[in-house]
Design a protein around this ligand. Structure first.
Ligand code: FRU
Length: 333
């Protein structure tokens, strides 16, 4: 529990305007212009960062990227909250940041629907919101930063079509399907394989978690004697599937494809021959701080900031991967 003194130390310099709005109950119709922009520049801005989960290395990296970028700006003070993969906790975290009157909120939401309303309330209270990596419903936020998940799913699908020569049995291990990256990676992948001889023989929502992916893959292996490829919506899932296949003595007959491409995990696993390909999903941490600085200075930022992705496979991993491209799946179909 934060002490009252701690509360004051960041609520008072940062959010008198937002706090006043809340207390007077007149926050609803106010557009999200930063309180600070209205009052002129401040010595220190407080940013609340609501992270949905720190159980996965990709999210630890996102926080580290935010911290490193913010450290270059002595006028920024970032407070991190970890919702531990609990949507209700993340709603409470956002509400707490709002009532404390932070100058700006960054959120990487666990799920789209349940986090939409608390973010809208932050905007109503005059707190600008940067949404990172997973989207919300509607458009009541200041800007979204992330790579195009549909394009990444499509590129992964085309890579698989090409490697399998347009024929084969695939297991799809989905990310949490109430989060937008899971939905978009799935949609792009399905578009890429449509009309080919690739069959998805087993689908499961592993909720982004390696232990779930491993368990689901055990079921798939038990049911299907011929599996040619696993497409997992993240590298952790692909790694879990690999471990299950290895335990069953079948890892060598299967291609494992994931998404994220963290240097130590995804890219490292491609180098070790555990994964066959990984598609980068940049965290956007540094870009979020860039955007925050502009917003706090009263400047406009684009509503949607698109990050670029690269892919890594055996052929290009040693030379740093390549930008996403089409793998000419249309020619194989
Ligand atoms: C981490 C993670 C990443 C994935 C991203 C999607 O929680 O599952 O592996 O790329 O979230 O939002």
């Amino acid at each position: 529990m934060r002490t009252f003194k701690n509360f004051l130390s960041f609520a008072l310099p940062g959010g008198l305007f937002a706090l006043g709005m809340l207390l007077s109950g007149c926050g609803k119709s106010e557009p999200a212009t930063p309180a600070s922009a209205k009052k002129g520049a401040k010595a220190v801005y407080t940013i609340g960062m609501s992270q949905c989960n720190l159980g996965e290395p990709w999210r630890v990296q996102m926080n580290a990227d935010i911290k490193a970028a913010a450290a270059k700006h002595p006028n920024l003070h970032v407070i991190f909250k970890d919702a531990q993969n609990d949507t209700l906790q993340q709603r409470a975290d956002v509400e707490e940041f709002v009532s404390a009157g932070v100058d700006l909120l960054i959120i990487s939401p666990k799920e789209a629907a349940p986090l939409t309303e608390p973010v809208a309330r932050a905007m109503d209270a005059g707190i600008p919101v940067i949404v990172l990596d997973r989207r919300l419903l509607g458009d009541k936020f200041t800007c979204f930063i992330g790579a195009n998940n549909k394009e990444i799913g499509r590129a992964a699908g085309e890579w698989i079509v090409q490697k399998l020569g347009g024929q084969g049995n695939v297991v799809e291990l989905e990310g949490l399907m109430t989060s937008t990256p899971g939905q978009d990676r799935h949609a792009g992948f399905r578009e890429a394989i449509a009309g080919t001889g690739i069959k998805v023989i087993f689908v499961a929502d592993m909720q982004w978690l390696e232990p779930n992916a491993r368990q689901e893959m055990e079921s798939a292996l038990a049911r299907f004697p011929k599996i040619d490829c696993v497409f997992s919506h993240n590298d952790d899932g692909a790694h879990g599937a690999y471990l299950a296949a290895q335990a069953a003595g079948r890892a060598k007959q299967i291609l494992f494809v994931g998404i994220d491409a963290l240097p130590q995990e995804g890219i490292g696993w491609v180098k070790q021959g555990i994964l066959d390909a990984t598609f980068q999903y940049p965290t956007g941490g540094a870009e979020a701080i860039d955007a925050a600085l502009k917003i706090l200075a009263g400047k406009k930022v684009p509503k949607d900031i698109a990050l670029h992705s690269r892919f890594f496979d055996k052929a290009n991993v040693a030379t740093g991967g390549e930008p996403l491209k089409s793998f000419n799946a249309a020619a194989i179909k």
